[in-house]
Design a binder for this molecule. Structure first.
Ligand code: AGP
Length: 614
């Protein structure tokens, strides 16, 4: 989604802003712009499309801003108004003396706009952001104090926002504030950096502070003043960020997605470290802050998430219900928040999110928290807004994920669910020790098995090439791998734009089978176990309709040779752990098809890495 960068210091501001925006590119955007303080005025430059267009625009004006050491920059993912230069940020007030960038949505912008229009403001864009620029300018005209203007204006804004503001009357000051949207301030020697996410600043400083909701920061090269919404001084909490700039490098891979797929064996190892020592030791999950008595009393769990995280949640449901005997509901956050949910202090609510910033999931967990439920968050970002809402925080240690298509964070979320399910089963005594021990044994062998899949991609690449011309793609599975089918389809559609759908194989005959003919690829996730035979007969039904059949399997069953045109084999693994082994080839198929079709793999069209609007 949108990205924010701000800089006050001694270096060339435009360079820092562009560099920071580049580090946030992965989040997805469709226009970009910067505002820099020049000799006696603020200059604004914008362009539609990728940052290279903004760079071209800036080249034409370099003399105007080359000495500027203060500015704000933004990448916009269109919500209110099309991706045009007029709608791109920064926005200014009518006289051009105040410039502002904004992430989020000012929900009461229509009322404020009507009021401002009556007072003579002329609007040039269709955005809610321009309303904020005029509104803060109005407060500035009353107070002649930029901090106070931002503080008073934001009290009247509804919705979620992170704002950075500069004014012509201030030679070297940026004022920033936020509510329900992330904002971090980095401190250097004689300089400060502001950003909506750490990658934009980590190259320059590790010393940083996350702003809390409604705080207002007034930043100059050598000072930061932080106040609360009521104007009182707020405590500044600078800390050293646990980030390395190297995490943002492709390390020789063509795309971040491929690099991240290959990082999965290490991600599994990282998630086991400290939590699972040997198969006979109980899982250690100190992150779960429910007492053993509370855990024993639990009789209901709700898991809420979106997209890939929702698929991880579905596997989690299967595991928890099987091993712990607790009823689990899984729901898309965007649905959860618009109905009357039955949640109370006896329900454990689990939020799953790679970014920890997804607006729908954040709202859902806040709603559940207000009803008294214990909130357990599974996230890759322990520094995120969701993490701050957590009563129990399970950080999944996947490292920064740059590609919009989630891969290693999915595996990491699955690991969190394996550990959580085993931990709860051990506390509650709901599953035979020998079953849990065999599961733990195999969990420890998983990294090598994933390595084997990654080392043998010839058949996967061949399959991707053969099917790259298709317009539709069906994935079928049953049981614990139904979410794997949904995830495989999601990966393919989001980066190749092929119409891919995952189905419970038993549902084929209730409708989807009508679509099958000799043009339709059907990929069966045939992992050995309880539903293998059933899925095999569903696959036969599809073959009988002449579909192009692909098997993803750990079986050596000779029947498969007759039934399938293409067979992708993976190492043997017990059924409970098969979702991890099975998803890797599906990630790779999606990757190779998209790459073969020449798509923008890491930044697919219309998508954003973290979806911070509802
Ligand atoms: C995954 O490939 C997608 N980009 C998307 O579905 C994502 O999983 C979803 O937006 C949820 O994001 P989160 O995990 O950061 O909450």
């Amino acid at each position: 989604m949108c990205g924010i960068v701000g800089y006050v210091g001694f270096r060339a501001a435009a360079d820092i802003l562009l560099d920071g925006l580049e580090q946030l590119e992965y989040r997805g955007y469709d226009s970009a712009g910067i505002a820099v303080k020049c000799e006696d005025e603020i200059k604004v430059y914008k362009a539609v499309g990728k940052l290279k267009n903004l760079r071209e625009e800036l080249k034409l004006h370099i003399k105007e801003f080359q000495n500027s050491t203060m500015g704000i920059g933004h990448t916009r993912w269109a919500t209110h108004g099309a991706p045009t230069v007029l709608n791109a940020h920064p926005h200014t007030c009518n006289c051009g003396s105040l410039a502002l960038i904004h992430n989020g949505i000012i929900e009461n912008y229509k009322e404020l706009k009507t009021q401002l229009e009556k007072e003579g403001c002329i609007f040039r864009s269709q955005t809610d952001t321009e309303v904020a620029a005029h509104f803060i300018a109005k407060k500035y005209a009353q107070t002649h104090d930029l901090t106070e203007a931002v503080r008073l204006a934001s009290k009247e804004f509804e919705g979620a926002y992170a704002l950075c503001v500069m004014h012509n009357d201030y030679k070297n000051t940026i004022v920033a504030t936020k509510r329900n949207a992330p904002m971090v301030v980095g401190e250097g020697e004689g300089e400060y950096f502001i950003a909506s996410d750490v990658p934009a600043i980590i190259k320059y400083t590790k010393k940083a502070m996350y702003l809390s909701d409604n705080q207002v920061a007034t930043i100059t090269p050598n000072s930061i003043k932080l106040i609360n919404a009521d104007g009182s001084d707020a405590v500044q909490k600078f800390e050293l960020l646990p980030w390395e700039p190297v995490a943002l490098s492709k390390m020789g891979y063509k795309h971040f997605m491929l690099k991240e797929i290959h990082e999965q064996p290490d991600v599994i190892r990282n998630n086991l470290t400290g939590k699972l020592k040997t198969a006979s030791d109980p899982v250690v999950l100190d992150e779960v802050k429910l007492t053993k008595e509370n855990l024993k009393d639990l009789n209901r769990i709700q898991i809420i998430a979106c997209g890939t995280s929702l698929h991880a949640a579905m596997v989690g449901k299967y595991l928890i219900e099987t091993f712990c005997g607790i009823a689990v509901d899984v729901e898309a956050s965007s649905e959860y928040i618009y109905r009357k949910t039955v949640t109370d202090k006896h329900t454990l609510v689990i939020g799953v999110s790679q970014s920890g910033e997804t607006a729908d999931t954040l709202t859902a967990i806040k709603q559940a928290k207000a009803k008294g439920s214990h909130i357990l968050i599974i996230t890759n970002r322990p520094d995120s807004a969701m993490a701050r809402e957590a009563d129990s925080l399970v950080a999944v240690n996947a490292g920064i994920e740059v590609s919009v298509a989630a891969t290693k964070s999915y595996t990491a979320q699955l690991m969190a669910f394996y550990l959580l399910a085993i931990y709860m089963a051990e506390v509650k005594g709901t599953t035979d020790t020998s079953i849990l021990q065999s599961l733990k044994n195999e969990l420890m062998l998983l990294p090598q098995k994933v390595e084997q899949v990654l080392a043998n991609t010839d058949e996967i690449q061949k399959c991707a090439r053969n099917y790259s011309g298709t317009k539709d793609f069906i994935y079928v599975a049953r049981g614990i791998n139904l979410p794997t089918a949904l995830e495989g389809a999601l990966k393919l559609k989001e980066i190749s734009y092929i119409n891919a759908t995952g189905y419970a194989a038993g549902e084929l005959k209730h409708g989807p089978i009508a679509m099958l003919d000799e043009t339709m690829p059907v990929l069966s996730i045939l992992m050995k176990g309880t539903v293998y035979d059933k899925l095999l007969s569903n696959s036969e039904e599809a073959r009988a309709r002449n579909a192009r059949m692909i098997a993803l399997t750990n079986s050596n069953d000779p029947k498969l040779e007759e039934l399938f045109d293409c067979i992708i084999r993976v190492p043997d693994v017990q059924e409970f752990l098969s979702p991890i082994i099975a998803v890797i080839p599906l990630q790779l198929i999606a990757y190779y098809i998209a790459e073969f079709l020449g798509k923008d793999v890491d930044q697919p069209r219309n998508l954003a890495k973290s979806v911070t609007v509802e």
